[in-house]
Design a protein around this ligand. Structure first.
Ligand SMILES: Nc1nc2c(c(=O)[nH]1)N=C([C@H](O)[C@@H](O)CO)CN2
Length: 123
């Protein structure tokens, strides 16, 4: 990726049913997680070539993120977020990312709760 790229690929509202939670009852059910991602990528290359091979394929990324969350079965959202971030950096070569992981059903009085992390460097 070129230095200082400010472009991103977006994935918003990716819903994944997964086992997650710290309480005993949560180990027996799946709950909905919602993933929002901003992924640094130089979109000028696929913008010129019109070739998906040059793009960060959001369909492929979405499938891998879902698979990761479903196999992990963590207690905390924080652990899930760290593992997804590491996957995106190691498998897709994403240099910088902002990941929001929400658990909409967790606190009935709140529309949603979650964590947001940024990893890597845009330079
Ligand atoms: N910061 C966090 N706080 C809490 C988490 C979490 O993953 N990160 N999880 C829980 C429970 O699993 C909760 O979602 C059950 O409603 C509590 N606090």
């Amino acid at each position: 990726m070129a230095k200082g790229v400010r472009d991103t690929v977006l994935i918003e509202g990716l819903a994944v049913d997964a086992v997650i939670g710290v309480y005993d009852w949560e180990r027996e059910v799946t709950q909905q997680l919602v993933v929002d991602l901003e992924l640094a990528w130089d979109n000028s290359v696929p913008g010129a070539s019109d070739d998906v091979a040059d793009a960060l394929d959001y369909a492929e990324v979405s499938a891998k993120v879902s698979e990761c969350l479903q196999s992990l079965q963590p207690s905390l959202l924080e652990k899930a977020a760290e593992d997804v971030a590491a996957l995106l950096q190691s498998e897709f070569g994403v240099r910088w990312l902002r990941l929001t992981l929400s658990k909409p059903g967790a606190v009935p009085a709140a529309r949603s709760v979650g964590v947001r992390i940024e990893r890597g460097d845009r330079k």
